[in-house]
Ligand binder design. Structure first.
Ligand code: SIN
Length: 478
């Protein structure tokens, strides 16, 4: 597939049909900018067709017995696994990530479908003990309605299935807009949805390079009752404001600025192993990436030495080449951002202890910066690249204060062998998720999401259905 335009699903998938728009846009390989495919550029008209289809399909999908909805979700997950190699190659092609990571992503994405296949059957209501003998109080969970799902380029399958799985399990239908950089993965998923028999209109995918023309229409449509978004805090804020007029439900999985704390008593080998995954998964382009390393001064030197040794083994290159760990960054803006953050840190006194300042290539080898302070932009902003920013802390209390010094609150990692310290960090960290001696918290069974400027709502786990269901309370006089 490398280096050639490929035969793929490239039109919008609406109401079970593949619809070409009036214009197309080019999807490029982040490695060399080579064109991969020309994809339908969705516009207001296609967006309307999609939301109308989702509204029509909602009437029958919501009444389909939950086990039947679950079976279709499970079938879609199984088809993803059966097709893992093709899907992974496609992901690497349009996202750039190492092939082994794309394989992992397809499996991760499929796990949300099988998880929510089960949750569909467990969307229990409640029977509430009434204070009058002649009353029965019941609570039902109902689907909120057709949902608009807006997904990012960094995990093009998983961020879609994590939302779609919950929406469809709850009985909602969906219109989805994948990121302009990675629409092909979403369209490949739509092909599989069609193949396993998910009814027309239940899933509609509208790719576009002009997001506002599609998303704006969905937000204006009274048929769409919920918006689920993963992406930047800035865009999340705008969507939230826009959704206010129609009082749509909104769940936002936004930026992170994860602290990675290593305390004096930590198992340093375990901490380095955790740091490698927390920092370098998807070349650092993840909202749960370790952004700020906070090291107790007692272990700062040995930890850094071990970390640099592990980093030195990483291979950077085209994601599809054997043995590559880190593929290219998604685009030139991502590289320019790293340069800005590194320059700012160096001007304010940081030192490079491994690697060198990136040039213009999207292939960025890992860089380790020491001497980070709270005045540097790299301390405040999400890096989204393979840059390690190290700061020291005098003791446990200082480390916790530093860890919480961020407007974001998605995830924090802490390494310590001491159970009491672990608990103090679990209690004290202002984040939605915590990894204790663990560098990867993401899994379908767990509630993924943040607090503060990292957004609200939870994806995955039994709580994942909450944002897609509304409670209906029924009082019956008997
Ligand atoms: C993200 O980066 O947005 C999600 C990463 C994950 O699910 O682990």
């Amino acid at each position: 597939m490398v280096g050639s335009m490929v035969k793929l699903a490239t039109d919008a998938y609406v109401d079970g049909k593949w619809l070409p728009g009036s214009r197309r846009f080019v999807v490029r390989d982040p490695f060399d900018d080579a064109p991969i495919a020309e994809v339908t550029a969705g516009d207001g008209a296609l967006a309307d067709l999609a939301s109308e289809a989702a509204a029509r399909a909602f009437a029958s999908w919501r009444t389909k017995p939950a086990p039947e909805r679950g079976k279709l979700l499970a079938a879609l997950g199984a088809r993803m696994i059966a097709d893992v190699d093709r899907l992974a190659a496609l992901c690497t092609r349009e996202n750039g990530k190492a092939l082994s990571e794309s394989v992992g992503e397809v499996r991760y994405a499929a796990s949300f479908l099988s998880w929510f296949a089960g949750e569909a059957e467990r969307a229990y209501g409640e029977a509430i003990p009434a204070s009058n003998t002649n009353q029965r109080l019941m609570v039902h969970r109902e689907p909120v309605g057709p949902c608009a799902l807006i997904t990012p380029w960094n995990f093009p399958y998983a961020m879609l299935t994590r939302k779609l799985g919950a929406a469809l399990a709850a009985g909602c239908t969906a219109v989805a807009k994948p990121a302009a950089q990675t629409p092909l993965s979403a369209l490949a998923l739509a092909e599989l949805a069609e193949a396993v028999g998910i009814p027309p209109g239940v899933i509609n995918i509208v790719p576009t390079d002009e997001p506002s023309s599609v998303v704006g229409r969905w937000i204006a449509s009274p048929a769409i009752r919920k918006v689920g978004f993963t992406g930047s805090t800035e865009v999340g804020r705008t969507l939230l404001r826009q959704c206010a007029d129609d009082l749509k439900r909104v769940s936002l999985e936004l930026g992170g600025n994860a602290p990675f704390v290593v305390l004096a008593d930590a198992d340093l080998d375990a901490a380095v192993a955790g740091a490698m995954i927390a920092k370098f998964r998807n070349a650092g382009q993840s909202c749960v990436a370790a952004n700020r390393f906070v090291l107790d001064t007692a272990i700062a030197q040995p930890f850094t030495k071990k970390l640099v040794a592990a980093i030195s083994k990483l291979k950077v290159g085209r994601g599809s080449d054997p043995g590559v760990d880190l593929g290219p960054l998604i685009d030139d803006n991502a590289v320019a951002k790293l340069r800005r953050l590194i320059n700012d840190a160096l001007e304010k006194g940081a030192q490079i202890v491994h690697g060198s300042q990136p040039g213009t290539s999207r292939l960025v080898a890992p860089i380790v910066l020491d001497g980070i302070t709270a005045e540097m932009a790299i301390w405040r902003e999400e890096i989204f690249g393979p840059v390690v920013a190290l700061r020291t802390a005098a003791n446990e209390t200082d480390a916790l204060v530093q860890a919480n010094d961020s407007e974001y609150g998605l995830v924090a990692y802490v390494y310590t062998r001491d159970a009491a310290r672990q608990q103090r960090f679990v209690d004290g960290l202002a984040t939605g998720m915590v990894g204790v001696n663990e560098g990867l918290v993401s899994t379908a069974q767990a509630p993924f999401g943040g607090i503060k400027h990292s957004g609200f709502g939870r994806e995955g786990s039994r709580h994942g259905l909450d944002d897609y269901t509304a409670l209906k309370y029924v009082a019956t006089r008997v």
